[in-house]
Design a protein around this ligand. Structure first.
Ligand code: 5RP
Length: 232
């Protein structure tokens, strides 16, 4: 896996922010996996925390490592969520959803006192959009929704979006943990991410999109040795 050391160093720096008694949002993806693994080691050494997983993959991982979990319905406060990102710009605006977990990731990040992003340096960009933007849509009417998503992206200033339904196994659409499909929107550049987010949220059939605007307050970029912690 590329940037393995940088991902692990970002996760290790995030562990420093964890305190006894916290309820933690547990992100999804290869960087978040390092965090869950390191957290499990701390728990084995006596740390008392509970986790709220952002996907079934993370739930299975955390359970297998003995991380105590809380069902989302029993959570009244999440002090800290630690999650990866597909892209992060200089304003801590993110593209997420490469692992198809963006809906639960956004619900849990939004419910948290602090969302912390952990990433390797390849995720830092000047302008969002090189990574295809995931948009989660209901299966019902998804071809119509895709056209409206195209219109919304165009109206936000994306010049030539190209939209693909993400495939799972075989050539069938991938089905998310929430039972929905993912449209991967190839934009190259998203010149006005807040406007794109606003317009996408208004499209009927769009359940959620992978633009996380104004949510991350701490970004940790892992380095070959150590990590850079950026506060917003
Ligand atoms: C999953 C996500 C992940 O956080 C994102 O894809 C980054 O993953 P990785 O750490 O494997 O690069 O948004 O939906």
């Amino acid at each position: 896996m590329a940037y393995e050391r940088e991902k692990e160093n970002a996760a290790a720096a995030a562990i420093e922010f964890v305190e006894d008694g916290m309820t933690l949002g547990l992100g999804t993806g290869s960087t978040a996996k390092f965090f869950v693994e390191l957290l499990a080691e701390e728990i084995a050494d006596g740390l008392m925390v509970k986790g709220v997983p952002t996907s079934e993959d993370t739930r299975r991982l955390a359970e297998s490592l003995g991380v105590p979990l809380l069902p989302i319905e029993h959570v009244d406060r999440i002090q800290l969520t630690v999650d990866g990102a597909d892209e992060v710009d200089e304003k801590a605006q993110l593209i997420k959803g490469g692992g198809a977990a963006l809906l639960r990731e956004k619900i849990i990040a939004n419910a948290s006192d602090l969302m912390m992003v952990i990433a390797d340096p390849s995720k830092q960009v000047e302008v969002l959009g090189a990574f295809p933007l995931p948009v989660e849509v209901t299966p019902f009417g998804y071809t119509i929704t895709a056209k409206k998503v195209y219109d919304a992206l165009r109206a936000s200033g994306v010049s030539k979006p190209r939209i693909e339904v993400r495939n799972g196994s075989g050539s069938k659409p991938l089905v998310t943990d929430g039972g929905n499909y993912i449209l991967d929107c190839h934009c190259s550049i998203i010149p006005d991410a807040p406007e794109a987010a606003r317009l996408l949220s208004a499209v009927p059939g769009v359940v959620e999109h992978g633009l996380f605007i104004g949510m991350a307050r701490t970004v940790i970029i892992g380095q070959d040795v150590g990590a850079a912690v950026i506060e917003y």
